[in-house]
Write a protein that binds this ligand. Structure first.
Ligand SMILES: [Zn+2]
Length: 234
């Protein structure tokens, strides 16, 4: 009897140890996943290369401005810049993948904090052919509206001009604020061709309404893709 009790006790011990090990292992996996989430994750997608593979072999970075702790500017009707930049970036990504065969990388794919330095490093690491940063503007008075296309380095002015032309040929109804030199980190510190779009004033009621429309988002995406093809596809 004593011996069988001992064996039973051993079996119970083995079962307990087994379950403890299992719990420890699953906890460490969860930790690994959350660490990965905390870091800027590189999302890389390859486009379906039909339509003559116009940009196959090219890598394009789309950079949705702000995110996570950095909200950006806030509209009168509650639009947050970090949310609307992500919507636009994903719309551009979708069109690029559909039309060009390019590899597309987003600097963030969710509401997360990514430093400006990291965003530029991603362009460098991916050997990007084009870096497009998406922002929405704000001003302390509510009357200012319109879209501005920024470049920093002289060599990138032509790319910014293409963006401006395609945006305003697409039928977008807001003020054309032209092409300007902008001292933005993601342009200044970027070795790759880089353009930053300020796609309307979140502080202006009409622009805010416009940027929240599906039509506008699609017009922007179409124009951005056409401008990138014009710039890289030759
Ligand atoms: Zn911004």
């Amino acid at each position: 009897m004593k011996k069988s009790y001992f064996i039973l006790l051993m079996i119970i011990c083995i079962i307990i140890v087994f379950f403890m090990l299992k719990i420890t292992l699953s906890q460490s996996t969860a930790l690994k996943e959350s660490l990965k989430m905390g870091d800027a994750i590189v999302y890389q997608k390859k486009g379906i290369a039909h339509h003559g593979k116009i940009l196959s072999g090219k890598t394009i970075i789309i950079d949705p401005g702000h995110g996570g702790k950095d909200v950006g500017s806030t509209g009168q009707n509650g639009t947050l810049e970090k949310d609307i930049t992500l919507i636009t970036a994903k719309e551009i990504e979708k069109k690029l993948l559909e039309k060009t065969g390019a590899t597309v990388i987003l600097t963030r794919e969710m509401d997360q904090t990514v430093s400006l330095q990291k965003r530029v490093e991603m362009a460098e690491e991916a050997k990007a052919d084009f870096f497009l940063s998406v922002h929405y503007d704000a001003f302390f008075t509510h009357d200012v509206k319109g879209i501005t296309c920024y470049y920093y380095k002289w060599k990138d002015k032509w790319a910014a001009k293409r963006m401006n032309e395609y945006l305003f040929n697409s039928g977008i109804k807001t003020k054309d604020r032209g092409v300007e030199k902008g001292d933005y980190y993601v342009l200044r510190e970027n070795k790759k061709t880089s353009v930053l779009l300020e796609l309307g004033y979140i502080s202006n009621e009409e622009d805010e309404e416009l940027m929240n429309s599906q039509v506008f988002q699609q017009q922007v995406a179409k124009a951005a893709v056409e401008a990138i093809i014009d710039y890289l596809g030759k």
